[in-house]
Design a protein around this ligand. Sequence first.
Ligand SMILES: [Zn+2]
Length: 215
Amino acid sequence: MWHGVGDIRLDEVPDPKIIGHGAVGVVEEVGPAVHGFTPGDRVVVTSTIGCGTCAYCRAGCYAQCDTANPNGPDVETVDHTREDPVALVKELTGGIGVDRVIDAVGVDAERPKTGPAAERAGELADAFERERAQAAPDGDPSGPPWAPGDAPSQALRWAVEAVATAGSIGIVGVSGAVDPTALITRHEDPVDAVAAHESFDRRDEGRLKTVLDVA
Ligand SMILES: [Zn+2]
């Protein structure tokens, strides 16, 4: 019990008041759905609430609990020229990876030239160049309105590496050079691109992975 700065003592008091965001106590009564506790148990209530059963809780990352904290207020912007995005995602999720990845970059992707992710990406430079030549043989890398990236499958590769087991990857705007057919549930004609994006945005049934076929 806090008596003053630097003066904390263990006291016996009849009706303790808890100040702060944690609590201790004795279970007085349990409902029919409660298992694992019986009246008389001494318990600690932590400040971090977790369901105990979701993937994050099972990995011990209670603060990331999907059930208690479904909207995930923590947003991290990752600069892939300064950090390895896959390594950071794994670190932030306790090694699990993320539940959902949306690759909205596709063949525009640029591989990092600096930072910890650059070396591994650089080893794939030749493979990336073959993909680019296949995906955009007539593309002008220097000019508008559209310039192909130098690593068409970079975003998809990171997506696969960063997604959790049994997670999902959404793909918007992928062309022929990258073959994610194992992931695809829908094909669209090019004229349906806008409708496909709208449907994807509405999270319509079955609209998990979309490929826009390039004519
Ligand atoms: Zn949980």
